[in-house]
Design a protein around this ligand. Structure first.
Ligand SMILES: Cc1cc2nc3c(=O)[nH]c(=O)nc-3n(C[C@H](O)[C@H](O)[C@H](O)COP(=O)(O)OP(=O)(O)OC[C@H]3O[C@@H](n4cnc5c(N)ncnc54)[C@H](O)[C@@H]3O)c2cc1C
Length: 486
């Protein structure tokens, strides 16, 4: 008889692991507490408007391709992809930078801002490309068990890049503050300040300028639907509205879970829910990491999010828009060093209906706004409204239009919802940051040291935050479980 694995959660990492484990011959049953699958990447459909609740940047298309190829499939078997042109736009207080869909176009834009910068940019991106190949081919596919995993002949040659920061590296090559912010933006996906992120992570700049920004027609949720369909094709059973209340342990080994008061037997349990929460499902003696361990970690930011339906098409915007028209240093300090509601935050605005008419009713615009904030902040309706007004004012000023009277509806999502909906530690949005001391073998482990046959996956473990790393995390943990089963 096939061994049974119970998976907790249905985010990208859980769905990825479910597919690999089913392919390896396990009986796989997945329990998701919410009524739909997808976790942080769920979808909101309201009055004909379609919103991705969480991720909207489809970067590193090669990782998605590899995932589906592992099952003899192609992404195009499930969804259509468009390369966005331009990739995105950045609004500064005195200028707008447009990031095109090729290095040539981006170099022209860099030259416009800083003469001679395109030569440095090409060199920087060439080195970032080398880092990308090393990271993807040699480093990221390791399970984070031993420091030796980071030691390859390629990483040894780049060892200095683990001790220099992306911030210092970018400042060495570029003088213009707008170009510096542009080049520091991609590592924000890793959840830490650029001045706290190793320069080896410049591979994110290659992902940005070299590989481009893509959009699955219908939105990111199409990828979740694709993985859900693939999982079902492989025989995975998916239960929604099925919260797991306890992970069962007998004689140091897990024997299953309790969901809705009923015991469910399994040979292996894999949790893709937030790591901290997953451990609270165990009796205290079986937890590997104490409350003080988690409290000391650098968490990626939380977010204040708005999903807005507009009754007209908006002007002067692209699919992805960054509003970097205020002081980044101050905002970063208010997230990481001195956590509080930001004085004058940077924000991100996404209008998928600019390039994909399926995402809004005709003549309308679907708007998603994201303000990064520190986790664990007080979250009240008044604060949300105050920040909505603040970003609307800035949005109108920078894009030169009035939109306040064109709002059909607005929904919001913030710290309290991250906790309520996902059992997120302190309401974090993107898990644990990838700082030097929270990289690879220094992250919470995929395999429990205290309970046999219990495993973890997702953005709080290896490799880290983001959709592509979550796909990889699911693959890595499924390999460990398969090995353990031999
Ligand atoms: C606002 C936002 C924007 C983002 N933007 C991007 C982006 O543009 N590009 C990108 O690559 N990444 C982005 N990310 C990050 C990316 O979405 C995440 O890294 C990824 O989706 C995490 O997947 P996961 O499987 O680790 O966790 P989750 O998606 O959080 O999945 C965990 C699941 O476990 C379930 N669960 C929790 N407790 C239980 C329980 N007791 N029983 C049963 N189920 C339980 C939860 O409901 C959830 O479904 C963004 C994230 C957010 C929040």
């Amino acid at each position: 008889m096939n061994k049974k694995v119970i998976i907790i959660g249905s985010g990208f990492s859980s769905l990825s692991a479910a597919c690999y484990l089913a392919k390896s011959g396990f009986e796989v049953v997945l329990y998701e507490k919410n009524k739909t699958v997808g976790g942080r990447a769920r979808q909101l459909i309201k009055e004909g408007f379609t919103f991705d609740i969480g991720p909207s940047w489809y970067w590193m298309p090669d990782i998605f391709d590899k995932f589906f190829a592992d099952f003899g499939k192609k992404t195009s078997d499930y969804y259509a992809l468009d390369k966005l042109s331009p990739a995105y736009k950045i609004f500064f207080a005195d200028d707008v930078i447009t990031i095109g869909d090729s290095m040539d176009k981006i170099c022209v834009e860099f030259e416009r801002i800083e003469k001679g910068s395109s030569k440095h940019l090409r060199k920087f991106i060439a080195s970032a490309q080398e880092n990308y190949s090393i990271a993807i081919d040699k480093v990221v596919l390791r399970p984070g068990i031993s420091p030796l995993e980071l030691v390859t002949k390629e990483t040894v040659l780049k060892v200095d890049q683990f001790f220099k920061t992306i911030s210092s590296e970018v400042r060495r090559k570029f003088r213009n503050p707008k170009l510096i912010s542009t080049l520091e933006f991609p590592v924000l996906f890793l959840g830490a300040k650029p001045s706290n992120t190793p320069s080896f992570y410049s591979f994110m700049n290659f992902a940005d300028f070299g590989l481009g920004t893509w959009h699955p027609k219908g939105g990111m949720y199409e990828v979740i639907k694709a993985m859900q369909n693939l999982a079902k094709e492989l025989g995975v059973q998916i239960h929604t509205n099925a919260c797991v209340e306890k992970i069962l342990v007998e004689n140091g080994k897990t024997t299953g879970v309790v969901s809705k008061g009923n015991k469910k037997h399994a040979d292996f349990v894999l949790s893709g829910a937030d790591y901290h929460h997953s451990e609270t499902l165990l009796d205290e003696k079986y937890r590997q990491y104490s409350e003080s361990y988690w409290a000391k970690k650098t968490f990626a930011p939380s977010s204040l999010l708005f999903y807005v339906g507009f009754d007209k098409k908006l002007k002067n915007i692209e699919h992805h828009n960054l509003f970097f028209d205020t002081d980044f240093e101050q905002h970063a300090e208010e997230i990481y060093d001195n956590p509080k509601w930001p004085t004058n935050p940077l924000f991100y605005a996404n209008f998928p209906s600019v390039t994909d008419v399926s995402m809004a009713p005709e003549g309308c615009e679907t708007g998603f706004f994201l303000v990064p904030i520190a986790p664990d902040l007080e979250d009240t309706p008044e604060l949300r409204d105050q920040y909505f007004d603040l970003i609307m004012t800035r949005f109108q000023l920078r894009t030169g239009q009035q939109i306040e009277n064109n709002i059909i509806f607005k929904e919001s999502f913030c710290v309290n919802d991250f906790i309520e909906e996902y059992n997120s530690y302190k309401g974090n949005a993107y898990g644990m940051a990838n700082t030097l001391l929270q990289t690879a073998f220094l992250r919470p482990k995929l395999k429990s040291k205290k309970v046999k046959n219990l495993f973890f996956t997702g953005q709080l473990t290896v490799p880290g935050p983001g959709v592509p790393p979550s796909l990889i995390s699911g693959k890595l943990v499924s390999e460990l479980i398969t090995k353990q089963n031999k």
